[in-house]
Design a protein around this ligand. Sequence first.
Ligand code: PNS
Length: 168
Amino acid sequence: MRRCVCPGSFDPVTNGHLDVIERAGRLYDEVTVAIMINNSKRGMFEVEERAELLREVTEGLGNIVVDSHHGLLVDYCRDHGIPVIVKGLRAVTDFDYELQMAQMNHRLTGVETLFVATSPEHSFLSSSLVKEVATYGGDVSGLVPDAVLRRLATRLGNTAQSTTDPSN
Ligand code: PNS
């Protein structure tokens, strides 16, 4: 069975992440979406909540497994027998850091990294920007799955979707 991992913070999952996960799912028999836990970065959502959202929004795809890991990605890959990391590249600004990580990971264990060019409509999209815009009541509908939109609204106590809608 051909397997790969899509790693990230997923705080929260965006439509850009989903695009990459779906495309990885067409290339591989099984895709593990691995939430990498970084203790020094406090997220908006707890890891279990991020995992719940990821499971909910990927359940229709059929070949996606959601997991989390504290430590090096290469250790996770080695322990689970996963030879390939799939990551999205949004723009040249992603490239330097992504290349460094891919080269370091390859040096550590020989794991390969495959880059998928994100769809142009997602090239500006990041979880950080989504959180910032939603925090101040901006419209993030269409940028995250509906389940995430609802969770943001609950968390932030606003609608997270309507303030820039001219019909409001
Ligand atoms: O969604 P993000 O925060 O851009 O994802 C970055 C992530 C989590 C994939 C990256 O920081 C990572 O792989 N972290 C795990 C720790 C690790 O292996 N660090 C060494 C990278 S060479």
